[in-house]
Design a binder for this molecule. Sequence first.
Ligand SMILES: [Zn+2]
Length: 105
Amino acid sequence: MGFNIRPNDLADLCKWDADLRVRCRRCGRRAAFDLVSTLNYFRGRGWNTSWDCVAPRFVCKGTSDKPGCGSKDMSVGMYPRPKPPRPEPKLTELEMRQQAKRERH
Ligand SMILES: [Zn+2]
């Protein structure tokens, strides 16, 4: 499975653990959006979450210090999330005591 697969719905990105990436076709500005908040935003407004209906909802707004060009010609894609680092295995209390004993000898 590669990332050339086209989702049918915004919610499909959950399956691939990806966030939404939006790119402006006019000025090339890119932004990544958290999938859950974007889904909630769409659903909260009763917007269709079909993949074809996602891009037209975005405008190249930018941020206050870096304003966008205002274009509505946006393309959307998937943005795979970085894998979280594996948690360190934790020693149980017994193992810690055994280790402390070993270090004393
Ligand atoms: Zn733009």
